[in-house]
Design a protein around this ligand. Sequence first.
Ligand code: COA
Length: 161
Amino acid sequence: MSRIAIYPGSFDPLTCGHVDIIRRGLAIFDQIVIAVAVNIRKQPLFSLDERLAIIEDEFQGHDGVVLDTFSDCLLVDYARRKGAVAILRGLRTSGDFEYELQMTHMNRTLAPTIETVFLAASPQTTHISSSLIKEVARFGGDVSSAVPDHVARRLSARFPS
Ligand code: COA
């Protein structure tokens, strides 16, 4: 039986931090479902279709990576439907830890059989967040070390100098 993990997030846009967690997660799980969330609390820069296209560009032809969306449901219900054994999350800082621990405990209460597995973000990615990347790109800063090349090109097109 294949071990499936859900890697959920807004991915607005995908960063090198996300890519780091997904690639390393593939050494643990047979399949990672990258689940792009429609988060009503966030106003995305990139549309859902654009966010999906970005992830597809990055992981095209990559065995073990499946791309999907989810909205209007609990993450654990979605994970159950996909037959997942785990939710995969990255930890960058102690700030992430506080937030993630609360979500983990809530998810565990709702679905005791679905584990949350944390990977410590690689040191070169701990300063990266999608919001920071968008802010730096908006003001013409160089984000090439923090996002894949094709994402940097999309950001330049969105914020021409
Ligand atoms: N490297 C770089 N950045 C990272 C990262 C890493 N390893 N890990 C997280 N991030 C960043 C993301 O880029 C994002 O940045 P931003 O806020 O600047 O956009 C931020 O950390 C966290 O966002 P994200 O991972 O997209 O998660 P989220 O907080 O937007 O959504 C869900 C988390 C989708 C998992 C959560 O909202 C959810 O479960 N929703 C479904 C409803 C539900 O079940 N609710 C109950 C939960 S207990």
